[in-house]
Design a protein around this ligand. Structure first.
Ligand SMILES: Cc1cc2nc3c(=O)[nH]c(=O)nc-3n(C[C@H](O)[C@H](O)[C@H](O)COP(=O)(O)OP(=O)(O)OC[C@H]3O[C@@H](n4cnc5c(N)ncnc54)[C@H](O)[C@@H]3O)c2cc1C
Length: 408
């Protein structure tokens, strides 16, 4: 549907419906206490999203046939603009909704879309992303998890790592090697995997901020149906690249739209509470973050406006991702200056806990979704058209390479 199909009256009526819904339901999650695995938090997210779906406000631009609302990009923009003014209720769905859902919508078969999309949209089921391995992060095409066809089933063996929320997800999108005789980018395929299978072992990873939000995932002779393949056989690299583009847009632009400056607002409160708000150096630092957040919102709005419904975003998404990571770095410095040592360790208290979690967790912004260096490489190669990095493995069968953890 086109973007311009709403009359002013229709837009006003839809905005009123969205606001009424958000007023009633987007009241913030109860902060979960000592449970580092955060299962209760996911339960709250699921309960909220179920209400969004009941109200006909979930998956706005996806077809009704697959559980969406079948509405226009204009409806979606109104939803994002309004949701941005309320507490973030669906951050835990960034991967499921921002990456797995658009991949399924764009590349899934009709049967896969019918089987999975409606539950994904309503968050009855939540999905994770299983790309990274111990020897394959930035160079994810070096992955060694294998998928071998045996009759009507694929047998999966191998290990993934850093899998965000795997422990509370129902399904995952996995990339695995299906033909080691092809060059490393060519013999990879993408699959949908049921995370409750006993052949999958999920082990928590302890984080410096006290959380356990990501995991190691081990597959030992996991058998999945042949039709779990997403897209064409051995075309997984193209699919993975598409999903990474969605990831950079999801991380770089967030789920909301419009100008939003959540961090400068929090910093102002923090500086007011700690009594340093009148300090001219602190004020200037906060002002810089305010300007950066404004610029980021504008770039995000442009990225979203450029996205054609149902089409994979281009490499420009790396700009937003890189900018977001840069803001996190400056933010960490300013928050550290305001909070002092309590930003890392100190007395218990909600604000301290919040800022401590932020301070220690903020380092991940330069890594998750592809490191800053990798974003710069993408921008150099694919946006600016600079010469590509030399590749010594071009045209060489994967099994001949000594990459990642591959030693024999
Ligand atoms: C919070 C968090 C959540 C994550 N969630 C997921 C998830 O849900 N699913 C998933 O699959 N993965 C996830 N990851 C993994 C993430 O994608 C990888 O950590 C990331 O791609 C980097 O890979 P690596 O850790 O193996 O580092 P490496 O690739 O080993 O990089 C090490 C260093 O070398 C640099 N480097 C590497 N190659 C180049 C190059 N060509 N040019 C210049 N510098 C280079 C990097 O920039 C980095 O500084 C997550 C990571 C984090 C931090």
């Amino acid at each position: 549907m086109s973007d311009d199909t709403l009359t002013e009256e229709e837009a006003t009526a839809f905005r009123a419906k969205v606001k009424a819904f958000l007023d009633e339901h987007a009241t913030g999650h109860n902060i979960v206490g000592a449970d580092p695995r955060d299962e209760q938090s996911m339960a709250q997210t699921k309960a909220y999203q179920a209400k969004v779906a009941e109200a006909g406000l979930a998956g706005l631009t996806y077809p009704t046939e697959y559980g969406g609302a079948g509405l226009t990009k204009a409806h979606d923009r109104i939803w994002r603009e309004e949701a941005g003014k309320y507490p973030d209720m669906s951050g835990a769905l960034t991967i499921s909704h921002g990456m797995c859902l658009p991949m399924m919508a764009e590349y899934g078969t009709h049967e896969q879309k019918q089987a999975y999309m409606a539950d994904m949209i309503s968050a009855k089921t939540v999905w994770c992303q299983m790309f990274s391995e111990p020897g394959a992060g930035s160079d994810v095409a070096s992955l060694q998890t294998r998928a071998e066809l045996d009759g009507d089933e694929w047998i999966i063996n191998g290990q993934k790592v850093w899998t965000t929320l795997a422990h509370v997800c129902d399904y995952g999108i996995l990339i695995a090697r299906t033909d080691p005789d092809q060059p490393k980018h060519a013999g990879i395929s993408m699959f949908a995997v049921d995370m409750s299978d006993p052949a999958i072992e999920i082990r928590a990873i302890n984080q410096i901020d006290g959380g356990q939000h990501f995991n190691e995932v081990f597959f030992t002779d996991l058998r999945i149906p042949k039709d779990s393949l997403i897209g064409d056989l051995n075309n997984g690299w193209r699919m993975a690249t598409a999903m990474l583009m969605y990831e950079r847009v999801a991380i770089g632009t967030g789920s909301t739209s419009g100008i939003s400056r959540p961090w400068s607002k929090r910093l102002i409160n923090h500086a007011t509470k700690t009594g340093v708000i009148e300090d001219p150096v602190v004020r200037q630092s906060i002002m810089k973050i305010y300007s950066e957040e404004t610029a980021k919102s504008l770039v995000s709005m442009r990225t979203r406006a450029e996205l054609k419904a149902g089409k994979t975003p281009g490499p420009g998404g790396s700009l937003g991702k890189l900018h977001g990571a840069k803001i996190m770095r400056s933010l960490r410095t300013v928050a550290g200056e305001i909070g002092g040592v309590a930003s890392i360790a100190g007395e218990e208290g909600y604000d301290d806990q919040l800022w401590r979690g932020f301070f220690l967790g903020s380092f991940s912004a330069n890594i998750a979704g592809g490191t800053d260096e990798i974003q710069k490489n993408i921008i150099g190669d694919r946006v600016l058209g600079l010469p590509r990095e030399p590749a010594v493995d071009k045209g060489v069968a994967f099994r001949e390479l000594r990459v990642g953890t591959q030693t024999d």
